[in-house]
Design a protein around this ligand. Structure first.
Ligand code: PLP
Length: 403
């Protein structure tokens, strides 16, 4: 396993128990040669598995061709990625060989999920204008660690040490339409929601809630913005999580899976919304630069080729069913390959630790639930092996035997 070497790093993360040095597909190796099935994939990042050859080749070719240009110049890669994202976000006819239709939206490239959400928040303020700047999000949500996205994050305990946070954020109970409606007033510019709360415990929204939110937004001229940083790009069994609910979004943010491990985020908005931005309103030195965009182009090409949402839906069903059968699991929730097993009276952290010791990476997403987010290309055999490891860890926990 081997702990990380002492190094002059800020203590923002709990000290890791394992140093990883290599990855391939669903497997990662530590610095002592130990191997692990990675059922977290860098927290839902490497959907194609680790060290995907197509992404590696694209990054290496691009690095030797043109690594970076400033935003004073165009590059050829970012616009291609933007076009693909627009199509995946539901340009009518895409599934039937879409060609030639006008893109429905516009994309801003960032470098992370929080930055993608910063763009969405600034866009909401720009659209709303002075006096109409409030963004409502849900309790239990997670939207990032910058000051604005931290305040959008509906976890008050995380706010305390950093007060005063930027003004203009309001939180309402998750999946409660009446609570949301009660919080609306003329200062509200946008509602920002995850279709399924990831960090908050893998909690899907109900269709009635999301459809009700869309209706309220339409009635009051409020933007509906989905944070799909964790749920986007196939993971839930659709290209985007909100597509399960049959609603049309105004803004969608994404990051994690977009570069299969290369840092890139994106904020997509309906064209009429996005065009409120003017040159100088927003920017990023690295956002949309050729290297990250080349990784995203290769990632999207592979995800489309594999029909990633179908893989996620099929393997998600298999994993959920197998987990639900294990003694010690009370219930399984989630969508596609973003799942949580709620344990039956057991603490999740010791079970996650036991899994790690036995060669499986999962995480204790709440004190009583384990999260599973394997690569979308995970095989039947890998699912079976992972479930077997969880089964032994749970049996030991039930018998009072710990790691
Ligand atoms: N939004 C959601 C839904 C997330 O899950 C995360 C990260 O876990 C973020 C935003 C922040 O992304 P990043 O860590 O890339 O800034």
């Amino acid at each position: 396993m081997s702990a990380a070497m002492p190094a002059p790093l800020m203590p923002t993360y709990a000290a890791p128990a394992v140093t990883l040095v290599r990855g391939e597909g669903t497997t990662v190796w530590d610095d002592e040669g130990g191997s692990y099935l990675d059922f977290l994939t860098g927290l839902a990042v490497c959907s194609l598995g680790h060290s995907h050859p197509g992404v590696a080749e694209a990054v290496s070719t691009q690095a030797r061709t043109l690594l970076h240009v400033s935003n004073l110049f165009a590059n050829q890669v970012g616009p291609e990625v933007a076009t693909t994202l627009d199509r995946l976000l539901g340009t009518p006819g895409w599934a039937d060989g879409w060609a030639g239709a006008e893109p429905r939206g516009r994309v801003f490239f960032a470098n992370s999920g929080a930055e993608a959400n910063e763009c969405a928040i600034k866009l909401a303020r720009r659209v709303g204008g002075r006096g109409r700047h409030v963004v409502i999000s849900a309790l239990g949500s997670f939207h990032g660690r910058t000051l604005a996205t931290l305040h959008a994050t509906g976890q008050p305990a995380k706010h305390e040490a950093f007060q005063p946070l930027p003004e203009g954020f309001r939180h309402v109970a998750w999946d409660d339409l009446a609570a949301l409606e009660a919080a609306l007033d003329p200062t509200v510019a946008a509602i920002l929601l995850e279709p399924l709360q990831g960090e908050g415990g893998v909690k899907p929204a109900s269709a009635a809630y999301v459809q009700g939110v869309r209706r309220l937004c339409d009635e009051r001229g409020i933007l509906l913005m989905f944070d799909e940083v964790q749920t986007g790009l196939g993971r839930t069994g659709r290209w985007f999580g909100h597509q399960h609910f049959g609603v049309v979004p105004d803004v969608v943010t994404m990051a994690k899976a977009l570069g299969n491990g290369v840092p890139i985020g994106a904020c997509w908005a309906r064209a009429e919304v996005a065009e409120v931005f003017e040159p100088g309103d927003h920017g990023s030195t690295f956002g949309g630069q050729p290297l990250a965009a080349a990784a995203a182009r290769a990632t999207l090409a592979a995800l489309v080729d594999l029909d990633a949402p179908t893989l996620a839906a099929a393997q998600g069903e298999r994993l959920a069913a197998a987990l639900a059968d294990l003694p010690g699991v009370a219930s399984v929730r989630g969508m596609g390959l973003l799942l949580a097993a709620e344990l039956d009276g057991l603490a999740s952290k010791p079970v996650a630790d036991a899994c790690l010791a036995a060669g499986l990476i999962v995480n204790a997403v709440t004190p009583t639930a384990l999260r599973f987010a394997p690569p979308l290309v995970v095989s039947d055999d890998e699912v079976d092996r992972a479930v077997a490891i969880v089964g032994v860890a749970l049996a030991d926990a039930l018998a009072g035997v710990g790691p």
